[in-house]
Design a protein around this ligand. Structure first.
Ligand code: URA
Length: 208
């Protein structure tokens, strides 16, 4: 499985501000949006292009355009929406889907409460987005569902990943490349990433 850690100084600087517990929600959201542009740049690096003939003011030219079906961005609710908004600014014509999961407190397994995705997933690059790859349970379940819906070419984009989440994802979906801004130290006893940034949804929406 391919793991890309985007260690660009701009990404790392913005991420460090996001980690600070004193960074307010509005700044947190803005930074997440800015970082999402830079992560999206990496996750789309291998998109196919095709050349077409155009006329520039200087004459004819054969130039590259994106080829194939529009890609699909799938937000894993609710924190995925913070990444989604930024990536859509970079790729405004992308199709968008949502996966909603909650954790059953008895079985600790993810349970689906919402699933709506674009058609013809089999012909699109599908980028699943969730800021935090912690245990990997919800991301793995979301990717299971995307595969059941026909997706064949899936990438996973997150802001932070725990080594445990990467290992679990690797075991469950070795075909899915992961792009992240950081691989943090570990998970704590309640499944939070350390040092991390806390609960990404709460940090984004001020619900702590
Ligand atoms: N989800 C979060 O929002 N934060 C973590 O640290 C782990 C999972």
């Amino acid at each position: 499985m391919k793991l890309t850690v985007v260690d660009h100084p701009l990404v790392q600087h913005k991420l460090s501000i996001m980690r600070d517990k004193n960074t307010p929600s509005n700044q947190f959201r803005q930074l997440l949006r800015e970082i999402s542009h830079l992560l999206a740049y990496e996750v789309t690096r291998d998109l196919d292009v095709e050349t077409r003939d155009i006329e520039t003011p200087m004459g004819p030219a054969e130039v590259p355009f994106l080829a194939g079906k529009k890609l699909a961005l799938v937000s894993i609710l609710r924190a995925g929406n913070g990444l989604l908004d930024g990536i859509l600014e970079l790729i405004p014509s992308a199709r968008v889907g949502f996966v909603g999961l909650y954790r059953d407190e008895e079985t600790l397994k993810p349970v689906q409460y919402y699933f709506k995705v674009p058609d013809q997933l089999d012909q699109r690059l599908v980028i699943a987005v969730d800021p935090m790859l912690a245990t990997g349970n919800s991301s793995i379940a979301a990717i299971d569902m995307l595969k059941e819906a026909g997706a064949q070419n899936i990438a996973f984009l997150c802001l932070l990943a725990a080594p445990e989440g990467i290992a679990n994802m690797q075991a469950a979906h070795p075909d899915v490349p992961i792009v992240t801004a950081s691989v943090d130290k570990k998970l704590n006893e309640i499944g939070y990433i350390v040092p991390g940034l806390g609960d990404a949804g709460d940090r984004m929406f001020g619900t702590a």
